[in-house]
Design a protein around this ligand. Sequence first.
Ligand code: RUB
Length: 350
Amino acid sequence: MEDKILSLKTVAWKDNKVVMIDQTKLPSELVFVEYNDYKDVANAIKMLIVRGAPAIGVSGAFGLALAALQSSANTKDQLISDLESAKKILFETRPTAVNLAWGLDKIMNVAKNGSDVSEIKKSVVQTAQQMAEDDVKINMKMGKNGSVLFDDNDTVMTHCNAGALATVGYGTALGVIRATKDSGKNIKVIATETRPVQQGSRLTAFELHHDGIDVSLIPDTAVGYTMANRLVNKVVVGADRILRTGHVYNKIGTYQVALMAKQHGIPFYVAAPLSTFDMKSNPENVIIEQRKGTEVTQIGDKKTAPDGIKVINPAFDMTPPELISGIITEAGVAKPPYEESIKKLFEAKK
Ligand code: RUB
């Protein structure tokens, strides 16, 4: 099963359908789901069947492409209005990763610039497919840019899953680890379990173990222990949104990993594509997704907390720029001060 899984894309377009790996079933079962209704894609994003910032960006784009094919509009205006309604439903699934809005906006722009119904339908499908192809290329470039920051025999900690399964393929933070290994350096990984949804143990440990990369799994509570005992000497994580000031939003727990890394003098890197940057918002405008309490009060179907207990379950937190040693992108590595270096990355891309 493992060979099959990673030779396939996390999300793909096939015969006018969206095909996804159902990540809620991993690592025990390989299940593919196929959708021809954009509302099912929206539900898949909400239920974490597909997750990870770049993967939901491309899934949103594929969702809109389905909405275009589903539309019975006869005029361009009607089709744009159908797409706007679908965009709203897809957008409201998850609020924190900015890639979703990026993917949806990109498709809407293509649609608005199209001339007639059939041309728009064709071009939105083509654009969404191109976005999926570009995602893998961007990750490989990012991996190469980041690999120079890692040395032979490094042990690198990562949190959550910023791997092939969080993207269309290859991964962001795990892409950097893959590229470092491919450059001939020996690299070991410590993956945090990442409670409550366990993307670290279910997905990251699975991906790296499959690729033959030395990976040890730790409970989230062992981050301090591994750092204090010098079992780790660098950290690399992904991101769901990065502000122009270098504030990084990523999976809950990232902030405490970054703080502990600072305390122990361990470099803390973030790897994310330019589509993860939100150059307009300030921290007060970013919505942190709050998820259902049962993710915390149960493990699978097993109850692990008393009935009726109050739960706080934020899905993401914010790591301030002063804790971050560098932000790895496909356009290069931004270093502090971030306001300046991030601006330069975007200018260089033009
Ligand atoms: C995913 C998460 C990942 C980033 C990775 O959260 O926080 O670290 O999305 O993104 P969830 P990238 O599983 O709740 O979607 O691949 O851009 O680094």
